[in-house]
Design a protein around this ligand. Structure first.
Ligand SMILES: [Zn+2]
Length: 484
């Protein structure tokens, strides 16, 4: 590899506010087109905007979590360009005095820590949405999204690979969800990412010409686009060509990017301070107040899960990968502890990392889509502890419980899944298994330890998994010794 890749990201995040950035219109997603608009967000001349205080607070919160300096003096500026989804013909943004500057985010790449600088975070508004109707060869415009508050997070060009970009985005999304700043639903467009990419010969310090890629609507698309664009640029340089500074659109279906337009320079946008919005001051008191009310962030939670619950780092990383899962874990451990009087953190962790992950993957859903509650999980653990059901049966009950929300003991009764611990009944079944498997017995006696597992399996099969496994083991041992 002669070249190295240099990537900077620009991430647009829709803020979780009730109303838009400069007017009182609702930000609810999925409403009737053009039902959430007013003269301000439609850009009717003479309509006067006011700044959404909640949006400012959410931007500060994000800045603090990303180790930024918060600007005292802020302006809103106009970025002028014409496009049908922009009714005002300018976007109100923060060109000259962004709300947050000079931060960083530490990410973890295969156990190695990497620091990615945050250049700036600025407040701005979203544009409307164009819906292209190719059948009737026309385009429709929905202005419900016009004026929805956004922050744009701009990183330093510190990212060197597709894997680093994805690790950064995952950690960032996790933080934004923990902060309750955004729901970060990429499929609804509330988290969008542009990739600035250039390559340079290894060892060179100056940056190469960069391209900007847009339309990346999943982390996988980001990963593929970076790999693809680095290769494209390398091919151009190696064949003696020159890279054009341009904006490119990523086509995820085709797995390639296409040139959209030459990159606009700042001058083309004729930025100037918005005369309808006075500069606003963020004083120390406001910053301190937000700082004092910050929730625990993923990195802090990861450390606490190790120190407080004695979990391995691997468990801690997975359990804190979403706030929802972390909260679920803590609530379950607390309930289980109240019932048992001992902290069974690892047992709870195993169920969540094992069977819960398996089930959500199988069904293609998330924890929130299931009917599982900490109380139901703990009730199930209790049934296992009491020997009412065996572990394999517990998995079956778990799956049903997650989907129906029914209590585990009801499921056990309804389906007749109670564990068989009756010695006489089991002894009979074990004898049958021995009678039916003379070859396996011979193998076992000849020293093949694995053969024993086969006999256990046969017994479990005959009882449809309901036999008490410890008892089966013991009975098999006893019976084989008798059986000569
Ligand atoms: Zn409005």
């Amino acid at each position: 590899m002669k070249y190295e890749t240099v990537v900077g990201l620009e991430i647009h995040v829709e803020l979780k506010t009730q109303s838009k950035m400069f007017c009182a219109c609702s930000t609810a997603f999925g409403s009737e087109p053009n039902s959430q608009c007013c003269p301000i967000c439609l850009g009717i001349p003479g309509a006067l905007p006011t700044i959404n205080k909640k949006a400012v607070e959410l931007a500060i919160k994000t800045g603090l979590a990303l180790n930024c300096k918060i600007s005292e003096y802020n302006t809103m500026d106009r970025k002028n360009y014409f496009y049908p989804d922009l009714p005002k013909a300018y976007q109100t943004t923060q060109q000259y005095h962004p709300i947050c500057r000079d931060g960083y985010l530490d990410i973890n790449i295969d156990g190695r820590k990497k620091r990615v600088g945050i250049t700036r975070i600025h407040l701005e508004e979203d544009a409307g949405k164009l819906i292209h109707d190719s059948e009737n060869s026309l385009s429709l415009i929905d202005y419900n999204r016009a004026g929805v508050p956004l922050i744009e997070i701009v990183t330093e060009p510190h990212i060197e690979s597709p894997e680093e970009a994805v690790a950064f985005l995952e950690e960032l999304r996790n933080i934004l969800i923990y902060l309750d700043v955004s729901d970060c639903k990429m499929q609804e467009g509330s988290l969008r990412c542009d990739v600035n990419l250039s390559i340079r010969p290894k060892g060179q310090t100056s940056l190469g010409t960069r391209t900007e890629m847009k339309n990346l609507n999943s982390f996988r698309a980001v990963q593929r686009a970076i790999k693809n664009e680095a290769e494209r640029q390398q091919n151009i340089l190696e064949s003696g060509g020159e890279i054009l500074q341009e904006t490119r659109r990523w086509d995820d279906l085709k797995g390639q990017s296409v040139a959209m337009r030459e990159k606009q320079e700042a001058d083309d946008y004729r930025y100037f301070q918005d005369p309808d919005l006075v500069p606003f001051i963020i004083d120390n008191q406001m910053v301190e107040k937000i700082k004092n009310n910050m929730p625990e962030l993923p990195a802090q939670k990861r450390e606490r899960f190790v120190s407080e619950y004695g979990l391995p780092e691997y468990d801690s990383r997975i359990l804190t990968s979403s706030r929802e899962l972390a909260d679920f874990f803590e609530a379950s451990v607390k309930l289980y502890d109240e019932m048992k009087g001992s902290k069974e953190s690892k047992t709870v962790s195993n169920w969540l990392m094992g069977d819960l992950m398996r089930l959500t993957k199988e069904l293609g859903v998330e924890l929130g889509d299931l009917k599982l509650t900490p109380s139901l999980l703990v009730q199930l653990l209790k049934l296992i502890d009491q020997g009412v059901i065996s572990s394999p049966i517990a998995k079956e009950v778990f799956d049903e419980m997650c989907q129906s929300g029914q209590e585990p003991d009801k499921i056990v009764e309804k389906k007749g899944l109670r564990q068989i611990s009756d010695i006489d009944q089991l002894k009979e079944i074990v004898r049958e298994v021995i009678q039916e498997n003379p070859k396996t017995i011979a193998d076992y006696k000849a020293g093949k330890k694995k053969a024993f597992g086969h006999l256990v399996g046969q017994t479990m099969k005959k009882t449809k998994g309901k036999a008490n496994p410890q008892l089966v083991n013991k009975l098999l041992q006893d019976e084989i010794n008798i059986f000569q």
